[in-house]
Design a protein around this ligand. Structure first.
Ligand code: PEP
Length: 248
């Protein structure tokens, strides 16, 4: 019912040479596999769109400003991202929430800006290590979900990525039971708020997904794919994750 999605977040990594990895990845996909999305830095968006043209690999941005245009030096708007041919944008990544002090209200405005530009919003939420240790994970991420996801969220315009902050880039991952618990809770919250249609909203797990742990994570019913950082930078690392998702 929900098409699986393997999304890669290159973060502030990548130059023209990395586009060779992207070309390789694009060339080795079939039309029947999971949906694949790569989010390079904004400077590479147009190049990445052209390298993947005609392939099943889509391209997304990593953030957008909430406004369409204006006096916001250094920022990039959702229509600008869409104009490159990209189809999605990550919003609310924990690195943005921390480095740029983005609040749930800021993130909600960015989701709406993404929709207005015709982009799918990849909306990230996740708890800190202290919150996990304090046993407040479910409460924290449910609050983030409701405060960041606007009314009108659907499976067509939004993907939710659950990314425990303590698992991002650390090599640590929650137990499968913890992943099942959070994703099942998020599904219930989505259906409770948006109705049965919310069964079509994809829920990605993110945080140190690697070729050696992906298959286990993808056994969870409400894990519809992954948002992958480090392991999305090389086709040789990302492909086994895509294959594990296809086989799940
Ligand atoms: C991320 O950047 O969203 C991420 C999950 O990174 P990593 O896979 O490297 O932990």
């Amino acid at each position: 019912m929900r098409r699986k999605l393997a999304a890669g977040n290159w973060k502030m990594n990548g130059d023209a040479s990395l586009l060779g990895e992207l070309a390789q990845l694009a060339g080795q996909q079939s039309d029947t596999g999971p949906e694949i999305l790569i989010c390079p830095p904004h400077t590479l968006l147009a190049h990445a769109v052209s390298v993947t043209d005609g392939s099943p690999v889509g391209i997304g941005g990593q953030d957008c400003h909430a406004a369409e245009t204006g006096a916001h030096t250094g920022d990039v708007s959702a229509p600008m991202i869409a104009a490159t041919g990209a189809q999605a944008v990550i919003v609310g990544h924990s690195e943005r929430r921390t480095d740029h002090h983005e609040t749930n209200a800021d993130v909600r405005a960015k989701v709406k800006a993404a929709w207005a530009a015709g982009l799918t919003a990849i909306l990230c939420i996740g708890e800190s290590e202290d919150e996990r240790m304090g046993d407040s994970t479910l409460e924290i991420i449910a609050d983030q979900l409701h405060a960041s996801a606007p009314d009108g969220t659907t499976g067509d315009n939004t993907v939710i990525a659950y990314e425990p902050i303590w698992a991002i880039g650390t090599g640590r991952v929650p137990t499968l039971e913890q992943i099942i618990e959070t994703h099942d809770m998020l599904r219930d919250e989505l259906v409770g708020r948006f109705g049965p249609e919310a069964m079509t909203i994809r829920l990605l797990y993110g945080g140190s997904v690697k070729p050696n742990n992906a298959a286990d994570i993808f056994t969870a019913d409400n894990v519809d794919g992954a948002l992958v950082g480090g392991a999305s930078l090389a086709a040789a690392d990302f492909q086994p994750i895509i294959d594990a998702l296809a086989a799940s």
